[in-house]
Design a protein around this ligand. Structure first.
Ligand SMILES: *Cc1c(COP(=O)(O)O)cnc(C)c1O
Length: 470
């Protein structure tokens, strides 16, 4: 054996064993958090790497802290959850791909609280008997919207289906042709109506529907009149739809329930934020719709849910429908929904605490300040690699609300040096935390309107880290 071979052999012998590494405090801590086979496997592969680099001529065994650190990183990367927080720099406030509405701190705390242990989801504290989970939201819904009663199901698509199945199964439901919309995720009004068991009776034309179109369609088999908010598209020019108030009158005259699907709906007046009016739930209730439904995770800023409010006997009938049990929400949703609704007991408080409203209300100046902060925090390498610049741009609301409306914003534009904009955008999506931006004309655009409080430093750190990699 040559001298070199001898010394290599000695060095290999001085590499710690798997068991030795497992007994280090830092690794023992990992064993408490993660399944043992994953930790053991990571120790084995890190030690195998050390051995390989010795055989390739590396002369020093790395210190045990370095081995521990590598094991920790490997365990963390192998156990990383698939579903996790990301930074939304797309400028789309309600981005379905990024989980729609950001929820309030209050909602997050309520969810954490009920998950800490058991909770009083369906029990009456007075009698100790089984109760209804709706007690947590029904009074709030009445107080905020003015409706007699309310409930919630899995999402607003479910609300529409459940309402129609309850009150118009086997009967005709009259809808204007201009309101037979498709929303993302293959929600098509005609298909949902069909699945509900109701029979669609289309009236009017694409651009114009008159009150007499509804009236002449009424027959002995009519079950309901349905008005649908056009949500994600706008009709302009020679157009006409019948106002809810007129449909309510017609409904009264013929003793037919009038339902309104508001889509997003809003509990605050969006005109206060320089946007056009998104229909308000309170208004539909006041005008006299028998049932109104809207989403929990659009402008409301709560959890995914479909909220139904309206006349008490209709809400009760809905809750007796076996489909209600099929479509019911979990305790996490009730906790988040109750906490979200509580914010709306005061309009000003809601404007200060409901994230989508706060994000919409942000001024271009405050957004610019975030861009400047990130620009100032970038390393010289990052500036050279990404060529960052601050420019004015436009954000959008998304989530099928307020289509075509643009909110003035500021963007950090990145013009990468050695790689394409698509490639950089992908790298950003795969970072920790992941950052989602837009790509346009060989640039990555980061819109800071939707980058939340405390996230700007994270964006800077990610860019600096990327720039330091070869
Ligand atoms: C968004 C929307 C729905 C579906 O609501 P989800 O909560 O996404 O299920 C239904 N109707 C209208 C008009 C909508 O805009």
């Amino acid at each position: 054996m040559s001298d070199v071979e001898k010394s290599t052999k000695n060095m290999l012998a001085s590499i710690p064993s798997v068991n030795e590494v497992l007994q280090q405090d830092a690794v023992a801590e990992l064993l408490e958090k993660y399944p043992r086979p994953i930790v053991v496997d990571a120790v084995r592969s890190v030690l195998a790497d050390v051995r390989r680099s010795m055989l390739e001529g590396h002369r020093i065994v790395p210190p045990v802290q370095e081995i521990e650190q590598k094991v920790r990183l490997m365990v963390e990367s192998r156990t990383q959850r698939s579903l996790r927080r990301v930074i939304n720099a797309t400028g789309v406030v309600l981005h379905t791909g990024l989980g729609r509405a950001v929820m309030s701190k209050q909602a997050a705390e309520a969810v954490a609280d009920v998950l800490r242990g058991h909770c009083n989801l369906e029990i009456d504290p007075e009698t100790g008997r089984r109760g209804s989970r709706d007690v947590h939201i029904a009074d709030l819904l009445s107080e905020i919207t003015g409706a007699e009663s309310g409930t919630a199901v899995n999402n607003n698509a479910a609300s529409v289906m459940l309402i129609l199945n309850t009150i118009a199964d086997g009967k005709e439901v009259i809808v204007s042709r201009g309101e037979l919309i498709e929303i993302g995720g293959s929600f098509r009004m005609p298909d949902v109506i069909k699945k509900s068991g109701a029979v669609l009776r289309e009236v009017g034309t694409t651009n114009k529907t008159h009150l007499y179109d509804y009236e002449t369609a009424i027959c002995e088999n009519t079950g309901a009149i349905l008005k649908v908010h056009q949500s994600n598209y706008r009709m302009i020019g020679f157009t006409e739809q019948v106002a809810l108030a007129e449909l309510v009158e017609l409904g009264k005259q013929y003793n037919l329930p009038v339902i309104e699907d508001l889509g997003s709906g809003a509990l605050v007046d969006t005109r206060a934020y320089g946007l056009s009016a998104e229909p308000m739930v309170q208004e539909s209730v006041r005008v006299g719709a028998d049932l109104v439904c809207f989403s929990g995770d659009k402008l409301l800023g709560g959890p995914q849910a479909g909220i139904i409010v309206g006349k008490r006997h209709y809400v009760q009938a809905i809750k007796r429908n076996p489909l209600f049990r099929v479509l019911r929400c979990s305790k996490m949703v009730y906790a988040a929904l109750e906490a979200t609704l509580r914010l709306y007991l005061d309009q000003n408080f809601a404007a200060e605490h409901v994230p989508p409203i706060k994000i919409i209300a942000r001024t271009p100046d405050s957004i610019r300040a975030d861009c400047e902060f990130v620009l100032k925090s970038l390393s010289p390498e990052a500036k050279e690699r990404f060529n960052p610049q601050i420019t004015a741009g436009e954000s959008e609301v998304g989530g099928g609300s307020l289509p075509g409306e643009r909110l003035p914003t500021h963007l950090l534009t990145l013009h990468p040096q050695n790689t394409s904009a698509d490639e950089l955008a992908k790298k950003l999506r795969l970072c920790e935390p992941p950052i989602y931006g837009r790509v346009s004309k060989e640039m990555v655009l980061l819109d800071f309107r939707t980058v939340l409080e405390g996230e700007a430093p994270e964006v800077a750190a990610v860019l600096n880290r990327l720039a330091s990699e070869p």
